[in-house]
Design a protein. Sequence first.
Length: 314
Amino acid sequence: MNNTNSINNKKLVYQIIAKGNERIVINGNKNIDIKPNDIFRIYFTNDTYVCILNNKLIQEFRELQTINYYNSSYYTLATVLSLSLKKSNDHSQKNFDYIRNLYLDMIRTSLPTMQLCICHTETTNDPFLDNIIESSNINYIFIKNPFYFNLGYCRNLWRYLCNSNKIMHTDIDIPLRVEHIDNMIEKSKLYDIVKPYHRRLQFTTEEEKNAYLLDNTIPERDSPYIGTITGGIVLFDKKVLIETGGYEEFNCYGLEDRCLDVVVLNRKYKIFKIANKLLHLYHEKTTAQTLIINYDQMFLYVKKYYNCLIHNKK
């Protein structure tokens, strides 16, 4: 086994595209030094993790317990997409394709110092995204999660990928424009947390979504949406995520942002909300009963430990 092509039945679990002299430490004791433009990947195959550097096998492990990624914070901004797609509907998968390509186009044409990272979990080791990741300028991590999608856990994986002091968690259903991101970066010089919308996020119908994708038509109506601080799209100074520990990790849909909201408000981080009018691209609602049951259980936890009484099911 000398290169990637000779590995059978493989699943990509990690990809780092180096921008400087960086180091990855596997299982606490195996140091892998990478240079600018090196591509480091880990694949899982036949109960073995194989490490590939520039398409050449350099190491194998029976267990992958820890990864530490050391870098120089090369980028102005690391943009993070957290997702699970195999059990989602067709609209969500198309939204992800649109948003991913939107950010990659920005990086190529307008925002060369922005990085795109993808944190990905599924219930099985399905390689359906691997070709896309391998052919793109994306840092990537995959974790097999036998439970339902855990957004807090997925977002907390940023530390294994991001090569920046500014971390922007984004949403696969909410498109941004270059001017939105430029404004957020500028505001982040003065504030710890920046939100690109405040009470002006419009949830589209299927027809409105199609009109927007066709010619950027935005519906002319008011939005009743009242969002959280740390949910949806939010730009953090890295110190906030490190000092707070990041998101709670619930196997349900929602609530992790409400917990982190309480923490950042109590710690009095400087927060700025920009009054952009943004759209949430249509997709069918989640119907899994286990998510709803878990939501009710986790609400009791949030009420007890965070004194958060808002209970709005998604």
